[in-house]
Ligand binder design. Structure first.
Ligand SMILES: NC(=O)c1ccc[n+]([C@@H]2O[C@H](COP(=O)([O-])OP(=O)(O)OC[C@H]3O[C@@H](n4cnc5c(N)ncnc54)[C@H](OP(=O)(O)O)[C@@H]3O)[C@@H](O)[C@H]2O)c1
Length: 311
């Protein structure tokens, strides 16, 4: 099958190739998915550069973390899916990546694709929407009346988080810049701060929860806008977390999202009820996987980049 692979770490343009590789083996709990589309995320170029792993690839490794497609084979113990089902999933990269004509995925990580979405739209959601859901409901406790500040509201994780926080009943303040401000307003944020025009820490205070998708100086300045006893959840590392918790009398947690089929089924229901909309910005063919990754690497996202694997 055709797939985007690496066999060494390095810059995207130097090491990402489209190659012929074997179709992955299907274990007893796995479904084999004929991939129609795969979402591209910043983590993909970090993986390509070797920043997410201590090992070194010894053979062609298929890259990509999320996909939508059609089940073409089921393992002996699979009970939840049948051949022909349309599904979407955040894959387990140990079983092979998503930028490929086929991917084997444990059934527990898979959910039925929302019927209203195209394969491209469905492929754009699993990683960012699961990250946002886990940040708001597992790493913090966002509910009706919670005041939340979401950084990077026009980005992949941020745009999912704005919608999920509104669905949970929160009051949502978000940061964005330029035309991203209007994008985030349309997603339902109650207040949008253009962080290039106004310092967010001068515009907002007494926040219950901050969702940090940016890190660095933005994260540093976010502690001051939390109320005493509030929670900062970051999807980037937090420097000196223990010292900051004591200094500001808050919780501070950094986490890495995990694949989760049941949570993805919940997110599919939010899509079906119109409470969660995907936002696809650009679609590239599989042959241009390298260009797709470079676009995401450049940043400034106003929606997701997706690779169309098969029409
Ligand atoms: N830990 C985890 O599980 C996990 C999961 C997913 C992603 N991540 C990481 O989280 C980060 C975000 O991922 P993503 O997929 O959302 O990226 P993305 O789609 O590229 O979005 C990033 C957004 O951040 C905005 N931005 C940049 N600088 C900003 C600032 N100073 N203040 C406010 N907004 C700013 C950008 O908007 P402008 O164009 O307006 O600047 C852009 O819309 C990446 O570093 C990724 O690797 C971690």
């Amino acid at each position: 099958m055709k797939a985007a692979v690496i066999n060494q770490y390095g810059q995207v343009r130097d090491v990402v190739r489209v190659a012929d590789v074997p179709v992955p083996a299907v274990g007893p709990q796995d479904v084999l998915v004929e991939v129609r589309a795969a979402g591209v995320n910043p983590v993909d170029h970090l993986i390509v550069k070797g920043l997410m792993s201590s090992g070194t690839p010894t053979t062609d490794v298929v890259i990509g973390n999320e996909l939508a497609g059609v089940v073409t084979e089921v393992g002996a113990d699979v009970t939840r899916f049948a051949i022909g089902d349309e599904v979407f999933t955040r894959v387990d990269p140990r079983l092979g990546g998503a930028f490929a004509e086929y991917a084997a995925v444990d059934q527990s990580l898979v959910a039925a694709k929302p019927a209203a979405l195209t394969f491209e739209e469905a492929a754009s959601l699993p990683l960012v929407a699961l990250t946002a859901l886990q940040a708001l409901t597992e790493q913090s406790d966002v509910r009706a009346g919670t005041r939340v500040l979401i950084h990077g509201g026009a980005g992949g994780v941020g745009s999912a988080a704005v919608q999920i926080a509104k669905q949970l009943g929160a009051e949502v303040v978000a940061t964005a810049s330029g035309d991203g401000v209007e994008v985030v307003r349309e997603l339902g944020a109650d207040q949008v701060i253009d962080y290039r025009v106004q310092k967010f820490d001068e515009a907002v205070s007494d926040v219950d929860v901050v969702l940090d998708t940016i890190g660095g100086e933005t994260q540093e300045r976010s502690f001051a806008v939390l109320r005493s006893g509030g929670t900062l959840v970051s999807i980037l590392p937090i420097a000196d977390a223990e010292a900051k918790k004591n200094q500001w009398n808050v919780e501070a947690r950094s986490f890495f999202m995990r694949p989760h089929g049941e949570q993805l089924t919940h997110l599919a229901a939010l899509v079906e009820s119109g409470q969660l909309r995907p936002n696809v910005e650009t679609v590239f063919p599989l042959d241009q996987a390298c260009e797709a990754l470079q676009k995401v690497e450049r940043g400034g996202a106003r929606g997701k980049t997706v690779i169309a694997v098969r029409a």
